[in-house]
Design a protein around this ligand. Structure first.
Ligand SMILES: C[S@@+](CC[C@H](N)C(=O)[O-])C[C@H]1O[C@@H](n2cnc3c(N)ncnc32)[C@H](O)[C@@H]1O
Length: 228
């Protein structure tokens, strides 16, 4: 059964997207995308043979071998010129792995120039993710979602290549909190609670750390007031 965490990613795809899921593992989301008619076909990959084999077995079980092509290898290296991929899906990994995978491919002159959309569910460091993909590589953040599934918090971010390749001037707060999430009350409440918990544990003499955390609480409160 597919989790709500994985299902949450399905809404970001259009029928004509030419998608690769990197780090597919069980391939449950990919099977869902095809069975629900969201995509016609796709490529899925994983760097670990055992993980990919799980995907292959599940794909066979659902008789989707002709519509989901599996490849073993590291990140975008599994692609070649003829694959015509324009959309990358990456979920269930940390930001540093995600950036390593995309590095060299999200920049205008990179090997996968045709990439137009990145659908990403990173486990951590969303500020670094935004910085690298939006600020450095010039993609636009077109959607962000925060949700809790099985008592765990998740963030989905969709980056799209700006058609005119016009750099959007994201400010520091956009990068830190997210241009969409800074006006998302659930996210702000969650983050406020999280920062307060840390602050409770920081000793009174750690003035700089306490200052940074208090500044963050002030930001959050300002964002919350702007929503009301
Ligand atoms: C935690 S699983 C996530 C699986 C699925 N995407 C999900 O969200 O449930 C991460 C998968 O990414 C794979 N992986 C990690 N680094 C990779 C890379 N550089 N290229 C391809 N796959 C990678 C791992 O082998 C693992 O199967």
């Amino acid at each position: 059964m597919i989790s709500n965490r994985l299902k949450s990613l399905a809404k970001y795809f259009d029928k004509d997207d030419k998608v690769i899921d990197i780090g597919c593992d069980h391939a449950l989301l990919d099977i869902y995308l095809i069975e629900e008619g969201i995509l016609k076909n796709m490529i899925v990959s994983d760097i670990h043979e055992k993980a990919l084999q799980q995907g292959i077995d599940n794909i066979k079980l659902h008789k989707l071998e002709k519509r989901i092509e599996t490849r073993l290898g590291n990140g975008l290296e599994v692609l070649n010129e003829n694959d015509d991929i324009d959309t990358v899906l990456i979920s269930g990994m940390g930001t540093s792995t995600i950036i390593d995978i995309l590095d060299g491919s999200i920049f205008p002159l990179g090997p996968t120039k045709k990439l137009k959309k990145l659908v990403i569910q990173s486990n951590n460091d969303h500020d670094i993710l935004r910085h690298e993909i939006a600020k450095e590589a010039g993609f636009e953040i077109t959607n962000e979602e925060f949700f809790i599934d099985n008592k765990k918090a998740y963030i989905n971010i969709v980056f799209e290549k700006n058609k005119k390749f016009k750099l959007i001037n994201y400010n520091k707060k956009d990068i830190k909190y997210g241009p969409f999430l800074k006006s998302n009350i659930d996210y702000l409440n969650y983050r406020e609670e999280y920062v307060k918990k840390i602050l409770d544990k920081v000793p009174k003499n750690k003035i700089i750390i306490r200052y940074i955390l208090n500044k963050e609480l002030k930001d959050i409160n300002r964002f919350k007031k702007n929503i009301k």
